[in-house]
Design a protein around this ligand. Structure first.
Ligand code: GLN
Length: 419
């Protein structure tokens, strides 16, 4: 990694360098320490050249909730880059940096990677330390790299991974060299296709790209098996109960006293909290804090948060059972491609929440998943997702690398003429 310039999502604390999480409430926050994942990349010789825009506190799928304004998709001005790691994905796609860091709570590495035509991997929960990452939903958040290829992702992930005693959820496992295990033949690899994801409802071009990729894998020796994940349809509502609940708790620390923005001309302490938080948080963040506080309140906890955790376990069990007979699972990364600013979610936020239909379940189950570019749909990049078994990043990186050795989609770059 010596001398390699990297951009860091502005959710990783960087000592002496402003870290905002794209929120007004942290717009003047300069951390006194650096996140473990960034520190590890820097110890390996890389150079942080800047921080990237994102959805406020990583809540979003379009990078439109940032206090600092929208990020444009390098493939088309006025189109979203995806989110929440939209700035990192756009910076890599535009050729500003060869790679960048992101975080993924429900799809925020994979969906922007798909919309910007690059590769991004969300590792197994616990592989990369969360210390120094500003928390959104602690039981789901995981850091990972965005880069031009699976091989580059393997190089970065090798450096970012590893046990960290400062994060109690960090896995204490022997480190594996993920670069060493790519480029293995995939003959006989068993790939699961999820019966419950009715791909027939998607745009026919999205289906065509998926079928083309399936054929490519078949010619390379992989076998496809239909699998059932019976509880998968509950994954979006389950996520949107758990993530807001955890965010309402995590974001309670932003009170105008210890960090960031503090309202002026306030009365008593309560007034200071209310005004600072009302001024400091954007609408989507406020919506989630309200939903989460409600879901955690006495009397509703059992009906919402506890119930969601129980359903989450069922989803995890479905994956465990499926992985007894397959090596990995293949889905589109996102139901569609990048869309125009303001065209989704303005009237109904659920429209945007459905962007993560295919990505959320692997966060709920803690599994690794990668998105690779696999062609265009209506002249915008489309992503293919490979979900791996627990700690089997080696398998999904290998399958992605073999795909990239036998196709050229990942080499495609935006012309940037409009910019
Ligand atoms: N789009 C999802 C959300 O809005 C996921 C975000 C993420 O992975 N950080 O919560």
């Amino acid at each position: 990694m010596s001398g390699i310039p990297l951009a860091q999502k502005d959710l990783f604390c960087t000592e002496g360098l402003r870290t905002t999480c794209s929120s007004k409430i942290l717009s003047n926050f300069i951390p006194p320490y650096t996140a473990t994942a960034v520190m590890k990349l820097e110890s390996a010789g890389s150079i942080t050249i800047g921080k990237t825009n994102m959805d406020e506190f990583a809540m979003g799928s379009s990078n439109e909730t940032s206090y600092f304004g929208n990020v444009h998709n390098p493939w088309k001005k006025g189109y979203v880059p995806g989110g929440s790691s939209g700035g990192s994905a756009a910076a890599v796609a535009a050729g500003i940096v060869p790679a960048a860091t992101g975080t993924d709570t429900g799809g925020s590495i994979r969906q922007p990677a798909a919309h910007c035509g690059i590769t991004g991997i969300k590792p197994t929960y616990g592989r990369v330390s969360r210390w120094g990452m500003i928390a959104f939903a602690s039981s789901l958040d995981q850091a990972g790299p965005l880069a031009r290829s699976a091989e580059d992702c393997a190089i970065l992930l090798n450096e970012m991974s590893g046990h960290d005693s400062k994060d109690t959820t960090s896995l204490d496992i022997e480190s594996t060299d993920l670069l060493h295990t790519i480029n293995q033949p995939i003959k006989g690899l068993k790939i699961g296709i999820v019966k419950e994801f009715s791909l027939g409802d998607l745009d026919s071009e999205v289906q065509n790209r998926f079928e083309d990729s399936k054929k490519l894998y078949e010619t390379l020796g992989a076998e496809f098996v239909e699998i059932s994940l019976p509880n998968i349809s509950a994954s979006v509502p389950t996520y949107y109960s758990i993530a807001p609940a955890e965010c309402s708790s995590n974001l309670s620390r932003f009170d105008g006293v210890r960090f960031g923005h503090r309202a002026e001309n306030t009365g008593d302490l309560n007034d200071l909290y209310i005004k600072s938080r009302s001024e400091g948080f954007g609408d989507e963040v406020k919506r989630r804090i309200l939903i989460g506080t409600y879901a955690l309140s006495a009397g509703y906890y059992d009906a919402y948060y506890k119930k969601a955790q129980q359903v989450r376990r069922l989803i995890k069990n479905d994956f465990e059972l499926a992985f007894e007979s397959i090596d990995l699972i293949m889905t589109p990364t996102s139901p569609g491609t990048a869309f125009a600013f303001g065209s989704k979610g303005a009237q109904n936020p659920i429209e945007l929440y459905l962007e993560d239909l295919f990505t959320i379940s692997s966060n709920l189950a803690g599994l690794p998943a990668i998105s690779i570019p696999h062609g265009k749909v209506n002249s915008m990049p489309a992503g293919l997702q490979l979900i791996g078994n627990f700690l089997r990043e080696d398998q999904i990186l290998n399958a992605a690398h073999i795909f990239q050795q036998n196709s050229a989609f990942h080499l495609d770059k935006p012309s940037m003429e409009e910019f």
